[in-house]
Ligand binder design. Structure first.
Ligand SMILES: [Zn+2]
Length: 140
């Protein structure tokens, strides 16, 4: 249930409370019991709706967190020949390039040269093969 659904459930519950108030408890016990049953169901729907909204908000917070981290890490990387690298204090690339496929998904996975013929760089996460890439030495 989304926010609109939750609000509709609360509105339905409030409507039932209003109807309950208007029932003459002395004469309409059966009707009162029916309305209380309806109210219980409406409140149960509301509770489920709020729980769904809370879960959706939690997921959005996690996504925002992940994107913030990806953005921060993107700021501390440098691009060379279409690949992103970690950078030293001078802004020069160091080490092996990040996998561009995983980077698109916000995952910073370093590629590494494999032991295959030609030593193609591969991503340990998505297994993509990038062929021969440039590694930069660590310098101050
Ligand atoms: Zn990858």
């Amino acid at each position: 249930m989304d926010i609109a659904g939750s609000i509709a459930a609360v509105t339905a519950a409030l409507g039932l409370v209003k109807e309950l108030r208007e029932i003459d408890a002395q004469y309409d016990k059966a009707e009162m019991k029916l309305k209380i049953a309806e109210l219980t169901e409406a409140l149960s729907d509301t509770k489920q709706g709020v729980a769904d909204v809370a879960q959706a908000l939690k997921e959005k917070d996690e996504e925002i967190d992940r994107l913030k981290k990806a953005l921060q890490r993107r700021e501390i990387t440098v691009e060379r020949r279409g690949y992103r690298y970690r950078q030293n204090a001078n802004g020069d690339p160091v080490g092996d390039p990040f996998c561009p496929i995983c980077l698109e998904e916000g995952n910073f996975t370093l590629t590494a040269p494999s032991y295959e013929v030609g030593k193609p760089f591969k991503c340990p996460r998505c297994k993509a093969n990038f062929g021969r890439l440039t590694s930069y030495r660590y310098t101050e």
